[in-house]
Design a protein around this ligand. Structure first.
Ligand code: NAD
Length: 490
């Protein structure tokens, strides 16, 4: 999507004016049972809540109202979410960028627009049917009720948008505990979605949100007796917390996606794909290319291809300077590991290069350099547009290193090759939820490849790219000995 600087500037001004005005506007529409806060938010309406109990109770009311409506109403609700996501993508994407201060504006905008266009809705639902001598069995996919969702800072509003479409398509309501660093844009998006849904269909709070989210409010959601299912999108700590919650959970956990390039690959194409994927939103995607293993016979040619495609190579001392600036050791003893420093997470390549002591043009999207296979940049989910390249003696060593660097998350892996046998061997060895061949990571989500889109990819619990069916309970309705009209059982 092309967005000019002047358009962005004018939208930023509009956003600032709207944010100034929205508090009073929202307050003016509050009903008597809604409360207001110092920040001017009118709690209790349009999905905005200051505590978990009220949010869950209101979402439950919304769920019960939706349960009594035809499927056509779900379709209309999803149309509102899609329309707002597309029509407001510049404004909301700009808000998200200004609030979170990570990623790239054009991609924040693009993510919202694409979600509006590509997230599967009601049309994804299906009914299965078995008929035979003993009659008819119809299998339908029913909602759970109220789902508790935890969302990440890397795609604050996009994750909520995708989750809301999938969950409402299958008849659920949702209460979201957003990441604290993306809570304002989350609240603004949720308010707009609910306002449009309420104006059209008279149902409020289908998507409810805790406006001041904390770890405690997340725990409350995990334990709440009216929450039927939880859906968590985030890193290792929250994934573990969800798995230990005692409640049924859909867990979209962390990744550290490796790329393998063998001697049969189209190196220029591979370079363009790696730059596109690894620089998208400054490498915030959980599916993004994070480290590359190249067979030694084409290693130097691959590095040259990366430079031809516009990435800038850092030399060894520059890579080491960047490592110290970008990564830090956290945890103690056996738990000690590297983690990205906040100051450089999701920042532009020009800033990473500066930290490495190199000056590059601001148009550069990605920096890269050679490292060893054990380097912290290889082993850490770094979420910044620097990609380490590792020289491996052959394909087997590439796959072994890729497996090791993926840490068993079974999230995403990528190969560039024309050798189908190598593709097969790597796919089996990695056993990842997404396996991309000869494309950028986004192609696995239908962006330049086939298939549908979601921003919650559930590896640990096995649902894969989540859809409306992920958030359903299977129900069977059996009619005994009748309505089988093909046979004539005696
Ligand atoms: P994060 O784990 O820091 O936070 C995610 C959410 O979990 C936030 O709302 C946070 O407040 C909450 N949280 C964190 N620890 C918690 C705990 N112990 N109990 C309850 N809630 C807790 O992650 P982030 O930095 O916001 O996002 C990046 C991470 O998310 C990366 O690891 C990335 O791979 C992952 N991610 C995965 C997917 C996927 O689909 N699999 C999608 C996007 C991001």
């Amino acid at each position: 999507m092309q967005v000019s600087e002047s358009l962005i500037r004018s939208v930023v001004e509009q956003v600032i004016n709207q944010v100034r005005n929205s508090a009073s506007a929202t307050g003016a529409t509050a009903t008597s049972n809604a409360s207001s806060s110092n920040s001017g938010i009118a709690y209790g309406r349009y999905g905005l809540f200051d505590n978990v109990d009220d949010a869950v109770r209101s979402a439950r009311v919304a769920f019960e109202q939706l349960r009594d409506r035809p499927i056509e109403h779900r379709r209309r609700i999803i149309e509102h979410i899609r329309r707002i996501s597309i029509e407001n993508c510049v404004e909301l994407g700009t808000m998200e960028m200004n609030e979170t201060k990570i990623g790239r504006l054009e991609h924040k905008i693009g993510k919202l627009k694409t979600l509006g266009e590509k997230t599967p809705g009601v049309e994804f639902l299906r009914t299965e049917c078995y008929s035979g001598d003993h009659g008819l069995a119809v299998i339908e996919h029913a909602p759970f009720g109220v789902i508790g969702a935890i969302t990440p800072v890397t795609h604050s509003l996009p994750t909520i948008t995708g989750n809301a479409v999938s969950m409402i398509a299958s008849g659920n309501a949702v209460v979201v505990n957003p990441h604290p660093s993306g809570k304002k844009v989350a609240a603004e998006g949720v308010r707009r979605f609910n306002q449009a849904i309420h104006a059209d269909l008279g149902i409020d709070n289908l998507i409810s949100l805790i406006c001041e989210p904390t770890l405690e409010s997340a725990q409350q959601l995990f334990k709440h007796r009216s929450i039927a299912l939880i859906c968590v999108t985030g890193g290792p700590a929250v994934a573990r917390a969800a798995l230990n919650s005692g409640k049924r959970a859909v867990v979209a956990g962390p990744g550290n996606p490796p790329v393998v390039v063998d001697e049969t690959a189209d190196l220029d194409h591979a370079a363009r794909c790696i730059i596109d994927g690894a620089s998208f939103d400054n490498n915030l995607l959980c599916i993004a290319e994070k480290q590359v293993f190249v067979v030694s016979s084409v290693f130097d040619a691959m590095m040259a291809a990366m430079e031809r495609a516009g990435a800038v190579r850092l030399n060894a001392p520059e890579v080491e300077r960047l490592t110290h600036a970008a990564l830090q050791v956290v945890g103690e003893g056996a738990d000690a590991h590297h983690a990205p420093r906040k100051e450089l997470l999701g920042q532009d390549a020009v800033k990473l290069a500066a930290a490495a002591g190199k000056s590059v043009d601001p148009s550069v999207l990605l920096v890269f350099g050679e490292t060893t296979k054990d380097h912290p940049f290889v082993q850490t989910e770094q979420m910044m547009p620097f990609v380490p390249f590792v020289r491996c003696k052959d394909f087997d060593e590439c796959v072994k290193c890729a497996q090791q660097s993926e840490h068993g998350y079974r999230h995403t892996s990528i190969i560039h090759s024309r050798n189908v046998r190598n593709m097969t061997r790597m796919a089996r060895a990695m056993d990842t939820t997404l396996f991309v061949k000869n494309g950028p990571c986004m192609a696995a989500l239908g962006l330049g490849g086939e298939g549908y889109l979601s921003f919650s990819i559930a590896g640990p619990t096995g649902e894969g790219v989540t859809t409306p069916l992920t958030f359903t309970r299977e129900r069977r309705c059996s009619l005994i000995d009748d309505l089988f009209i093909l046979g004539n059982p005696s």
